[in-house]
Design a protein around this ligand. Structure first.
Ligand code: ATP
Length: 254
């Protein structure tokens, strides 16, 4: 279990998070939703241990993450940031090897991670010539190779993993998240803007607004007309399609 609670994070006299929190369970997908500027990325960075809150705690399998040595933390949780920049003309294998340990380009963890994200055979392709969807999956592979160094399944923290992907690639990434949770037992926390994708991906949703957690629960508990209206200020009518976890496309109405 990976939990943040009572998190207050201030920057320049402004509270970006107030008494906020989120939880990730092994084998389950948790999703953070909320309007732009709500504090989703900030909460994800606090959970990752990249930002230290002024109050509150982040506990990873019982240990306060502020007490974990960086190398140990890296084996327990891996982060895919919103804009993962690769400054050098690396191949796919070299990018994934950053996660596995830099001298392990041809290693089994690199091959395993690329297989997980269905990119076997892409090892020698230049990263900067991949499509957005392929890059996103390479970043996921890098994170998986990093977790492969630890003994437990570990946790993945993903900041908008479907941003600027087309519908097919969005669905592919969400299915991949679900499979990694179900088959590998990885606990996943993802920031998602698209509520259809959130409904499809999530076992559990935390809704943030103005740095506060305003709701948490299952997709059906959280993605209601009233809650979407309160969260985004947009009148909404939610219809659940009977055989899929998708909301119907006409869910947001004037
Ligand atoms: N380094 C920073 N300096 C000043 N303000 C910041 C900084 N980082 C974030 N903020 C502010 O904190 C608030 C929360 O930002 P955050 O990126 O966590 O929101 P978000 O919910 O992830 O937004 P989005 O959906 O637009 O990515 C925003 O108002 C943002 O402008």
């Amino acid at each position: 279990m990976y939990r943040a609670h009572g998190i207050t994070f201030r920057l320049g006299g402004r509270a970006l998070l107030t008494d906020a929190g989120a939880a990730i369970t092994p084998g389950r997908v948790s999703v953070l939703i909320g309007p732009n500027g709500a504090g989703k990325s900030t909460l994800l960075k606090v959970m990752a241990g990249e930002l230290r809150p002024q109050s509150g705690h982040v506990l990873l399998d019982g240990a306060d993450i502020s007490t974990l040595p960086p190398a140990r933390l890296a084996m327990l949780r891996a982060v895919v940031p919103q804009h993962a920049q690769i400054a050098f003309p690396f191949t796919v294998a070299e990018v994934v090897a950053i996660g596995a340990g830099s001298d392990r380009i041809g290693s089994a963890p690199v091959a395993r991670a690329l297989k997980e994200v269905e990119l076997s055979g892409f090892e020698q392709r230049p990263y900067d010539r991949l499509s957005g969807g392929e890059r996103q999956r390479v970043q996921l592979a890098r994170a998986l190779a990093q977790l492969d160094r630890g003994r437990s399944a570990g946790y993945l923290l993903l900041d908008e993993p479907t941003a600027s992907l087309d519908l097919a690639q969005q669905v592919l990434v969400v299915r991949l998240m679900r499979r990694l949770a179900a088959e590998r037992g990885i606990g996943i926390l993802a920031v998602l803007h698209d509520l259809n994708l959130a409904a499809m991906a999530a076992d559990h949703i935390t809704a943030l607004k103005n740095g506060h957690v305003v709701a948490c629960g299952t997709p059906k508990e959280i993605l209601t007309d009233a809650a979407i209206g309160t969260l985004y200020g947009v009148p909404a009518r939610v219809s659940w399609a009977p055989e899929t976890p998708f909301l119907l496309p006409q869910s947001i109405v004037d």
